[in-house]
Design a protein around this ligand. Structure first.
Ligand SMILES: [Zn+2]
Length: 140
């Protein structure tokens, strides 16, 4: 995506163009639309997008740190979300590994992600839920 104003290539997480400061208008969708099968699955994907919104917002708001790049954080949120959208086929080990990454570099994001995944209406598979619960039990 490029800035409508100055045509600079924008970082995926940007709310504002880093070059000219213009507000970036983004659709409130994070998942890849072509991965969903049918309207019901798409509706669920949009619901999960909504649950993950606080995670993405926090990534945008964070200050730059020398040890971790925002695209890494963004990409991890995106991967977790995509994996969760596989429903019962989601791989809890992968999700666990990405949560460990957050735990190491961004405990605030871990807390937000765990909250999104354990919400009563998140509808994650039982295997994913127990993997997430292990991280919820750890001190942030
Ligand atoms: Zn710009």
């Amino acid at each position: 995506m490029v800035c409508k104003n100055c045509k600079m290539e924008l970082p995926v997480y940007a709310s504002y163009c880093p070059s000219c400061g213009m507000k970036v208008h983004k659709p409130p969708l994070h998942h890849d639309i072509d991965t969903t099968k049918g309207p019901q699955h798409e509706a669920h994907a949009r619901h999960v997008d909504w649950l993950f919104e606080p995670v993405y917002r926090e990534i945008e708001r964070r200050l730059d740190e020398p040890n971790v790049d925002k695209p890494e954080l963004f990409d991890t949120a995106h991967r977790i979300e995509a994996e969760v959208l596989k429903g019962n086929a989601a791989n809890p080990q992968k999700i666990s590994r990405w949560l460990r990454f957050y735990q190491e570099v961004a405990p605030d994001l871990l807390a937000l992600t765990v909250a999104a995944l354990l919400g009563t209406d998140s509808d994650v598979s039982p295997a994913v839920r127990s993997a997430v619960l292990e991280h919820a039990a750890l001190p942030a």
